[in-house]
Design a protein around this ligand. Structure first.
Ligand code: RI2
Length: 292
């Protein structure tokens, strides 16, 4: 039996009430503080891992707690301590990415983004706080329209923002100085996994000679990819795309895709701005416990 807090975290994450890799990891780790013994912890971890399969930031955090939590009567306290430690690590990484990334934003530039990434919106808001005049193009990210969260958040911060349907990105890409997206997973090959449509945007950016950057915590590095395994790609309910399709029509709904490292100019991380080729070495250097 898992606790009510773990069950709630599971359903909030699975139903996208909580979205974005960073928010997902923090919600999952917070719920772990409710477990009182090892068996409960393992059950909670197994359930939460199923909520969103493409979320190494959450999985790494749960592994961090298993690796470090002590035994015996102080177990609950120890889980809470390490879970808090990981949450703090995520928040610190986000603060660092925000500072480092904001310096990379050029005054007067037009920037396109896709879906909703806390890392990207934090960077853009910080750039605005530094009096940089920027204009953002936010792709809507069908079928769940997380681009609206981005558009609203930036507009609330008095940033000029244009909201466009996903298929309009080619119309505007030539006017952009930069495409900046978040990531759900970073891989050993230097690829990134992000909201479906990101790889297409990267190809368009390459063709239009527009810089393509990614903002993501190195804690999103997935250690399974250093063993030659592929990052699992979540496929969600077809009803999100078409509730009642005609008979004979199969609706597919992959949530993420892989953007190859050749298409990525730079990755903004808590350890600085790096080439995608250096994701593996930089992640392991910064967090040696991520090595399997
Ligand atoms: P942060 C989101 O997925 C998007 O793909 C976004 O780029 C990524 O998580 C990272 O988000 P979803 O949860 O960690 O909306 O930067 O499916 O917030």
């Amino acid at each position: 039996m898992v606790s009510r807090a773990v069950n709630k975290a599971y359903s909030d994450i699975a139903n996208l009430k909580v979205q974005g890799a960073t928010n997902i990891a923090i919600t999952a780790l917070t719920s772990l503080k409710s477990v009182s013994n090892k068996a409960e912890l393992m059950q909670a971890i197994s359930l939460l891992s199923k909520a969103r399969p493409t979320e190494p930031l959450m999985r790494n955090g749960m592994r961090y707690v298993i690796l470090n939590a002590g035994h015996g009567s102080e177990f609950k306290k120890s889980v809470a301590l390490w879970a808090n430690g990981y949450i703090e690590m995520c928040k610190k990484a986000m603060r660092e990415i925000t500072e480092i990334g904001s310096k990379r934003i050029v005054n007067g530039s037009k920037i396109m983004t896709h879906c909703h990434s806390t890392a990207v919106t934090s960077i853009l808001k910080r750039a605005k706080d530094q009096y940089k005049d920027i204009e953002v193009y936010a792709c809507e990210a069908r079928p769940k329209y997380q681009g609206r969260i981005t558009a609203q958040e930036l507009a609330d911060h008095k940033i000029r923002v244009n909201y466009i349907i996903d298929s309009a990105k080619g119309t505007f890409i030539n006017n952009m100085a930069l495409v900046l997206v978040g990531a759900d997973a970073l891989t050993a090959e230097g690829n990134i996994v992000n909201k479906i449509g990101t790889s297409e945007l990267a190809l368009m950016a390459k063709e239009a000679d527009v810089e393509f950057g990614v903002a993501a915590e190195l804690l999103k590095f997935d250690p399974i990819t250093s063993e030659g395994r592929l990052e699992p790609i979540e496929e969600r309910e077809s009803s999100e795309v078409w509730e009642r399709p005609p008979k004979g029509v199969k609706v597919r709904n992959p949530a993420f895709d892989v953007t190859k490292c050749e298409l990525i100019d730079f990755v903004i991380t808590e350890a600085g701005i790096i080439s995608p080729h250096n994701i593996l070495s930089t992640a392991i250097e910064k967090y040696p416990w991520l090595r399997r």
